[in-house]
Design a protein around this ligand. Structure first.
Ligand SMILES: Nc1nc2c(ncn2[C@@H]2O[C@H](COP(=O)(O)OP(=O)(O)OP(=O)(O)O)[C@@H](O)[C@H]2O)c(=O)[nH]1
Ligand SMILES: [Mg+2]
Length: 193
């Protein structure tokens, strides 16, 4: 199902988007691999733009999996070289996208498996919780972990840190395109529910 995903729209004004039936939203620190995860999920190379320069995705990019079923790539947070003005705009954009639009959604917070969750990720999780928005966690860049560390260990730790169920943590490597089976099932089940 996800292989058929196509680019739908880029916008900084989520209010202007039509209604969706269901959507999954990818959020996370800048450069953590959100766009790479989308490409890996959809088995495509250049669907979402990947960049070595953090803060590249500045708009909300919407991808259509099926009729009104979306994957939304949010601009990353925690990008250092950003003005207060830009930060305010980011907050407004995210709030419009996630809170004001009442569509059925789940947010996947993408973290760097090697770096581990950061304060900014916890802020995001708390903020989502406050608004009653369901979130799960994807630990990307697992290929950077020392060889002795298992996916199970990463999962347990992340689940503990975020106070969520282990089954709501996914460990992947977008670079190696590894570990996506469970995440794909989770996404497709949600979109089709
Ligand atoms: N080692 C490793 N590098 C990765 C992985 N996934 C992404 N990267 C690299 O991380 C960098 C950022 O990837 P993006 O997918 O553009 O990250 P993003 O989160 O969309 O970044 P912004 O749009 O700037 O917020 C690129 O250099 C990717 O090649 C991974 O699984 N392992
Ligand atoms: Mg991006």
């Amino acid at each position: 199902m996800l292989e058929k995903t196509v680019f739908f729209r880029a916008t900084s004004q989520a209010n202007s988007l039509p209604k969706s039936v269901a959507e999954i939203v990818l959020s996370g620190r800048s450069n953590v691999g959100k766009s790479s995860v989308i490409n890996a999920l959809c088995l495509q190379k250049n669907l979402a733009r990947i960049s070595k320069t953090p803060g590249r995705t500045r708009s909300i990019n919407v991808y259509s999996v099926a009729m009104r079923k979306w994957i939304i790539d949010l601009p990353g947070y925690g990008f250092a070289r950003i003005s207060l003005q830009e930060k305010k705009l980011w907050n407004k954009m995210i709030e419009e996208c996630i809170v004001q639009r009442k569509s059925k959604k789940v947010v996947y917070i993408i973290i760097d498996a090697f770096v581990g969750p950061t304060e900014l990720d916890f802020d995001m999780a708390h903020w989502l919780d406050d608004y009653g928005v369901m979130f799960k966690v994807v630990a990307n860049k697992f290929d950077k972990m020392p060889s002795g560390v298992t996916k199970a260990e990463v999962k347990i730790k992340a689940a503990e840190c975020f106070g969520i169920d282990e089954s709501d943590v996914f460990t992947v490597s977008a670079k190696k395109r590894n570990g996506f089976d469970k995440l794909k099932i989770d996404i497709v089940e949600f979109l089709d529910r």
